[in-house]
Design a protein around this ligand. Structure first.
Ligand code: SF4
Length: 288
């Protein structure tokens, strides 16, 4: 009898900790340890892995209270090897890069797609090379192309304010795009361009090892998940993504054109902040 009440006390303590971290509705299900945990095992399939596998137009997503946290173990993210599959193809040098600087040196003259011939500047990415959060947009615009830096100009200033609103500085996070070169006239990236350029982003993520991705806009989210979704199906949720957790919100340029979307974008950012805080607490608990 004594033993049973001890177990009950421990269970109550555990539930309190979970409530503090994740809110009242988050308790009541087991955690799966270091991996990204979800309350329903069936929902654990990442949206990325489900690409193409489901007949439903809605991805296998889980709500905020269902997703726990990114893995605290590194490496969280590893890209698949490009090349080197057989005796006659070597793993490209850029993929063997050990730092973002080294990667930049290898790829900043890339002309694998036609955008390499029309760009002014290659736009690699900026920010903290050890960031917990990586922001991913679609492609450089005119100002980014002119300056060689992502998210500058009016959309960039709004992005800075959005970050500040949840307690981050621009230099705390890492900011990049799916494409490193500007599509002419700011047209949407072509599927082939995304396909060709995406491995560079995978390598950036492998080197940074973030815990969270903030996808800015439906195009960026679709490129990451490798399947088209409506932004309404993605935003407001935490999406497990290869050991990371992804949050999707509107692109700042879209927010400038559609101020009515600022409220849901604010909710997305608050979600990211709550998840980040819970992750940091868990990390500290593990490191103690
Ligand atoms: S967009 Fe990407 S793949 Fe195309 S040229 Fe630029 S860096 Fe290379």
């Amino acid at each position: 009898m004594m033993e049973r009440s001890k177990v009950l006390v421990q269970l109550q303590q555990w539930i309190q900790v979970r409530q503090q971290l994740l809110g009242k509705r988050a308790y009541g299900q087991p955690s799966s340890g270091e991996a990204v945990s979800v309350l329903r095992q069936a929902a654990m399939v990442s949206a990325a892995k489900s690409a193409g596998a489901s007949s439903s137009s809605r991805p296998s997503l889980v709500t905020e209270t269902e997703v726990l946290l990114p893995s605290v173990r590194l490496p969280r993210f590893r890209m698949a090897v490009v090349g080197g599959e057989d005796l006659f193809s070597a793993v490209p040098e850029w993929q063997q890069s050990q730092s973002l600087g080294e990667l930049y040196k290898h790829i900043h003259t890339c002309t694998k797609c036609s955008l390499g011939l029309t760009r002014t500047h290659f736009v690699f990415g900026v920010g903290n090379p050890n960031a917990d959060i990586v922001l991913v947009g679609e492609a450089p615009g005119a100002e980014e192309d002119a300056r060689g830096e992502p998210f500058v100009g009016a959309a960039g200033q709004l992005l800075n304010r959005m970050l500040q609103a949840i307690g981050f500085r621009r230099e705390d996070v890492y900011i990049c795009n799916i494409l490193k070169c500007r599509p002419p006239n700011n047209r949407r990236p072509m599927p082939q361009e995304i396909e060709t350029c995406r491995p560079y982003l995978w390598k950036q993520l492998e080197l940074i090892q973030p815990a969270f991705l903030l996808a800015l806009g439906a195009t960026a989210a679709a490129a990451l998940l490798q399947r088209d979704y409506k932004i309404a199906d993605l935003r407001g949720r935490a999406i497990p993504f290869h050991g990371l957790v992804m949050v999707v919100t509107y692109h700042p340029a879209a927010l400038l054109r559609n101020p009515q979307w600022k409220r849901p974008a604010w909710e997305d950012l608050q979600l990211l902040r709550r998840l980040y805080d819970a992750y940091r607490q868990r990390l500290q608990a593990v490191q103690r």
